[in-house]
Design a binder for this molecule. Structure first.
Ligand code: UDP
Length: 447
């Protein structure tokens, strides 16, 4: 039986966002959580992990001992502030130089493998891989071609520059990690990736932090009314995530509950997160929308919350809505279900894996407001059905742990290391056989 190699030390590259940042606003979201959670799990399995990310503050120490076995290296590449993600392609040379110098300070062969996250990091990993002769494993997190095929109305398309850069990384990486079978299919059909080089590894949730608990206690903790029904959106606020669809769909229900009077509990929409991406151009857009819809007093906005408090947000909610236009997985959906809260999600991308349709939540096709209103009305109007979905939610979420993700990543790393060894062996064999045909092989072993 062949033994799968395990890397001793991995360079994780996350150029545009640090795993130490609070997720839920700007460029910090699911990828930060993914990088942090997998790094700490890999470290617990004996793999040393060094995360390279761009320094974005003068207070970022060059090297941070972030957790046992996990170092975060802040690489100086361009000014700390004022650079947008779209500006970062111009800083990749500086960033790569920082990565190569960090390795050069150590003994040769310091890293056994590179795992890059998002295409910008893939570009850096590609060069470092060639320099260090180690395998490059890449996770895209989102794909421009997929995003551009399902843009929200008025949203900006991902630039051609990204599509080209992303294609190069798909072509160059030794292995690709896809969150779901859907993403693997997209990599093959839209980017021509070799299916044999793709590993499907589902992300997870921190099942010790996101646990079931008392709704009443969570509402008391957050200062929310115990007698309202609450539908919650959690995430980076930008058109792609479609929080506006939730507000527009909930508005008629909020008005109807008001008109019905005391017999029907009032409905509240809770929005948690901060502006991000093209949403930064109009940070107050949801407040304006709520006012225009006449529901300003039934919408509560909370800034990005740390995970412990976010668990209370999920527990306090009757339903969590994930109406995104595209989503390679959707960590929020799993976290909510881990807290025993059902999810209503758009039937796009990885959400069809993250939500068990009809069992732990509901998948809604498209973004038609009337459809979303009637789906919301139907599920909120049937307390027994909502309770059934809630009862199944935790069980569904338990299939997605970061432990499982880390184990699957190690298998992918092992395959990448194996294939590099075999290709080195093939090159050596070819080299020897050519020398042999020239009558030179005898001297090789003797030297
Ligand atoms: N998140 C958080 N605090 C917030 C809002 C979001 O910690 O106030 C985290 C959330 O727990 C989740 C991540 O941000 O792990 C968002 O991941 P998701 O896959 O849902 O969306 P992405 O940001 O990757 O598009």
């Amino acid at each position: 039986m062949s033994v799968i190699p395990v890397p001793r030390r991995v360079a994780l590259i996350s150029v545009h966002t640090s795993p130490l940042a609070q997720p839920g606003t700007g460029d910090a979201g699911g990828m930060n959580v993914y990088v942090w959670q997998t790094a700490t799990r890999l470290a617990r399995r004996g793999v040393k992990v060094e995360i390279f990310t761009r320094a974005t503050s003068s207070s970022d120490a060059p090297v941070v001992d972030a957790a046992p076995g996990v170092l975060v290296r802040h690489v100086a590449a361009g000014p700390f502030e004022g650079l947008d993600k779209q500006d970062l392609p111009g800083q990749l040379c500086a960033f790569t130089a920082g990565v190569l110098r960090a390795e050069a300070m150590n003994e040769p062969g310091y890293y056994d493998l590179i795992h890059s996250h998002y295409w910008l990091s893939g570009q850096v990993g590609w060069l470092a891989r060639d320099r260090w002769s180690v395998p490059l494993v890449h996770t895209a997190h989102t794909l421009a071609a997929v995003k551009n095929a399902s843009l929200a109305k008025g949203d900006t398309a991902e630039p051609r520059l990204r599509e080209i850069g992303e294609q190069q990384v798909v072509d160059e990486a030794d292995r690709l990690v896809a969150n779901t079978a859907t993403e693997a299919t997209e990599l093959v059909s839209m980017y021509g990736a070799d299916p044999d080089r793709i590993d499907i590894v589902t992300p997870g949730a921190d099942l010790d932090c996101y646990t079931t608990g008392s709704t009443a206690a969570a509402r008391a903790e957050l200062g929310l009314n115990p007698d309202e029904r609450i539908v919650t959106f959690v995430g980076r606020i930008q058109p792609l995530k479609a929080p506006d669809v939730l507000l527009a769909a909930a508005a008629p229900l909020i008005h109807r509950a008001r008109q019905a009077g005391s017999g029907v509990p009032p409905l509240r929409v809770l929005i948690v997160g901060g502006p991000s991406g093209s949403g930064l151009e109009r940070p107050g857009v949801l407040i304006e929308q709520a006012a225009q819809l006449g529901i300003a007093d039934a919408v509560t906005f909370l800034p990005p919350q740390p995970s412990r408090r976010l668990a209370d947000v999920y527990r306090a909610s009757d339903l969590v809505a994930v109406p995104s236009y595209s989503e390679s997985f959707g960590l929020v959906a799993i976290e909510a279900q881990a807290c025993g809260t059902p999810v209503i999600a758009a039937d796009v991308g990885g959400l069809s894996v993250a939500v068990a349709d009809g069992r732990s939540g509901l998948l809604v096709p498209g973004h038609d407001i009337d459809t979303w209103t009637s789906e919301l009305e139907s599920v909120l109007g049937q307390p027994d059905r909502l309770a059934e979905l809630a009862a199944a939610a935790r069980g569904h979420a338990e299939q997605f742990s970061w432990e499982h993700t880390a184990d699957q990543l190690l298998l992918s790393y092992g395959r990448a290391m194996d294939s590099l060894e075999s290709s080195k062996h093939a090159v050596l064999t070819e080299h020897l056989s050519r020398k042999g045909s020239l009558g030179l092989t005898e001297g090789i072993g003797q030297r």
